[in-house]
Ligand binder design. Sequence first.
Ligand SMILES: [Fe+2]
Ligand SMILES: [Fe+2]
Length: 131
Amino acid sequence: MSALLWSDEYSVNSAEIDNQHKKLFQLANDLTAAVKRGDSSEAFSETMDALIDYAYVHFAAEEALMIHLNYPNTPSHLAQHAYFINKLCDFQAVLPSGKVGLDREVLEFVETWISTHILENDKKYAPYLRP
Ligand SMILES: [Fe+2]
Ligand SMILES: [Fe+2]
């Protein structure tokens, strides 16, 4: 459990998208704080709601951008976004069970998915943004 820290290696050559990714980092770090506080499943779920809501906003912006750029990997990229949202909704459905360690499991998934997705997938459309 370590906070996501922004660095230039995450940049996709778009200030707008970089700022959206920074906001995702911040929302993931809010989950880290919730785990550290030992928030109830209800409170943890609300923190997840904020992340899911913003992920929708960011994914919609990114998807519109990829279509605008005629980015060839758009369909598989969209499937990855859908996977992230579905996975978080699946986690939320089992949160009320009170399963021990589920909050850490969610956090680990979120941190790993966001950082890996940006570095290995979002960065692949960066060359298409160059003038
Ligand atoms: Fe993406
Ligand atoms: Fe992204």
